[in-house]
Design a protein around this ligand. Structure first.
Ligand SMILES: [Zn+2]
Length: 398
């Protein structure tokens, strides 16, 4: 097959490096095989990008494809059939890809329908992003997210719960280390799974070469998750200097999901968000931002993830999350790096996606404007390529 040559673009390669102009990206068999000066590009079918900016496809490291970002997504999911959830998840996956997000990590689905969706996309039955999925998050009895999780108590039961997820075919294991916002009757600051329980879970995941993620908001639960050897802390609302130092030593990632509480508070009770969710979100927002800034200053690896599916936190564009990361201290290039090479490393796909370089999958987006100056330029990609194939509904940039 002839190579595809994408010419005349400004390239942001995902590593945090400054944009480079006048380069061509050569794509063969779904992979980038060369990045060369336009004048030295080989002959072959050429797409003139006419000064558009070419970036790696974005990665959203925290989504819930089975949740619909309604005012009360938990109530909405409980009220619909599994078949309805599955169809909606497929539509959300398609919207996500069209918005330039070519890979997502799903951190809590519904009865594994997200695993069926993952397979349908891999098999080419439907278009959608690459999906890595955690299946049912493992939580304590009555713990946060028990309405979609696998409740387990004691290290042996937690071990069994993890083995069940592995048997179902998950890509990673999600643990619930603390309370959260969207579950009635639990508090974000309170620890839930114990250190011993999380150690058992991480051990089982490691034996199967799977990574782990912990929903962890309060300090005690975050510290225990890090001690247990978790790969990423999700939310990380109450970080401390000591925890951050421990995360740096252990190489633990942070996925802040800044838009999750922000969207809940912006929506509010009047829009139908449950009162407890609004109250708890409003109470933690300032600490959430403080923790994000602390992690950023100290150099913790921060991967972009929006928690899409939670109230008014819509599937599709990652820009609302990236805008908040910039508002709270990142440069646009740092935010782009968080959503590309850093997120790819977190997912264990750092040698396949998240960069524009020879050998990497040709998951690419072309946008108008200057995303290195204004992150919002990423909001409406003109073209999205998955493994070198342009998404059917996207038109070449003009
Ligand atoms: Zn979540």
């Amino acid at each position: 097959m002839d190579p595809l040559i994408l010419s005349g673009a400004q390239i942001i390669d995902g590593t945090g490096a400054e944009p480079v102009r006048g380069r061509s990206v050569v794509v063969e068999d779904g992979r980038v095989t060369a990045v060369v000066d336009d004048a030295r590009a080989p002959r072959g079918p050429r797409v003139d990008l006419d000064g558009a900016t070419l970036l790696p496809g974005l990665i959203n490291a925290h989504v819930h494809l089975c949740m619909g970002a309604e005012a009360d997504p938990v109530g909405a999911m409980k009220a619909e059939t599994l078949a309805a959830t599955t169809i909606k998840a497929l539509v959300r996956a398609r919207e996500t890809l069209a918005a330039g997000v070519t890979t997502v990590r799903d951190l809590g689905g519904r009865d594994y329908c997200e695993l069926a969706l993952r397979q349908a996309i891999r098999d080419g039955l439907v278009e959608g992003p690459r999906i890595l999925a955690a299946g049912r998050p493992v939580c304590m009895t009555g713990g946060h997210g028990h309405w979609l999780g696998r409740e387990a108590d004691g290290p042996d039961d937690v071990r069994r719960a993890v083995r069940e997820q592995l048997k179902a075919g998950v890509d990673l294991v999600k643990l619930i280390a603390t309370g959260g916002v969207l579950t009635a009757g639990v508090e974000p600051g309170a620890a839930q799974l114990t250190l011993e329980e999380m150690r058992a879970a991480v051990e089982e995941a490691r034996k199967a070469s799977r990574r782990t993620a912990a929903h962890a908001q309060g300090s005690e639960g975050i510290a225990d998750a890090v001690r247990a050897g978790i790969t990423s802390i999700e939310h990380g609302i109450f970080l401390t200097e000591e925890i951050v130092a421990r995360m740096l030593r252990a190489g633990t990632y942070l996925v802040p999901t800044l838009n999750a509480p922000a969207a809940i508070v912006a929506g509010g009770v009047a829009a139908g968000v449950p009162e407890y969710a609004v109250r708890k979100s409003a109470a933690v927002m300032a600490d959430h931002v403080k923790s994000f800034r602390l992690a950023l200053e100290r150099g913790v690896a921060i991967a972009a993830g929006s928690d899409a599916g939670t109230p008014f936190n819509r599937h599709g564009s990652l820009v609302p999350e990236l805008s908040l990361m910039v508002e709270h201290g990142m440069t646009p290039l740092q935010a782009i790096r968080s959503a590309t090479s850093v997120a790819a490393d977190l997912l264990g796909l750092g040698d396949l996606i998240g960069r524009i370089a020879p050998g990497y999958a040709a998951d690419l987006i072309a946008v108008r404007g200057e995303p290195a100056a204004r992150i919002e330029a990423l909001a409406h990609p003109a073209t999205v390529w998955v493994s070198g194939r342009a998404l059917s509904a996207s038109a070449p940039p003009r």
